[in-house]
Design a protein around this ligand. Sequence first.
Ligand code: FPP
Length: 256
Amino acid sequence: MFKKLPEERKTAEETGLLARIDRSRLPQHIAIIMDGNGRWAQRRGLPRTLGHRAGVESLRDVVKICVELGIRFLTVYAFSTENWKRPREEINTLMNLLIEYLQKEIDELCANGIRINPIGKLEELPASAQKAVLMARERTRLNRRLTLNVALNYGSRSELVEAVRTLAQKVRRGELAPGEIDEKLISSHLYTAGQPDPDLLIRPSGDYRVSNFLLWQLAYTEFWLTPVLWPDFRRVHLLQAIVDFQSRERRFGGLL
Ligand code: FPP
């Protein structure tokens, strides 16, 4: 199991929230846009890069609670195709944090049955980052308790373009008739093939955007938005999101 730090003892709020969660109706798949690292740092007069470092702690906390609860899939937005527009130093920090996280945590991730599934145009990442993510994917590939999709150089439109290209090639080769293309087939050509769509999307830091994240997969996802900045996001916030999620009526476009 994960090593316990003294400050990780459950608060009364956490215990109360845990008691309210119906374990038979957990979201199977949670997606998170880890936003607000820059603002968190700026508010403290720190460089933005320290905000990203603090954000890794939140990720650790959330991964742990997901494993404890029995959530099967967690998708986190770590680097978008648009993030290349940021200053070189910030990009380098993000890549180094990723490498550091994977190297430091790999044993604990394995011991807890976590499969690291990087999603995005990995071939465009710097060689050192590619090496780290491919190592983590390989070492954790048989783990089944929690699949952690790490979106890296990820853009949903680019994911859809790739899927359309692959399908078009299959049609051209005569392997597929246009009429055979349906929603299931498109889903099976995305990075999340074989996984359930996210039940719950969490966006911290007060913005109300999807930011080119999982556009196809979010068709019927419940959104939970909070002003809390990602580096301040802790297990208690995840529990709040799940309690709120369980209070909603999901109709998937139909009637109850
Ligand atoms: C958005 O905050 C956050 C990111 C672009 C990066 C998220 C990355 C991490 C939390 C750490 C690295 C990931 C792993 C998997 C180890 P922002 O910089 O846009 O914040 P702002 O909107 O306040 O400026």
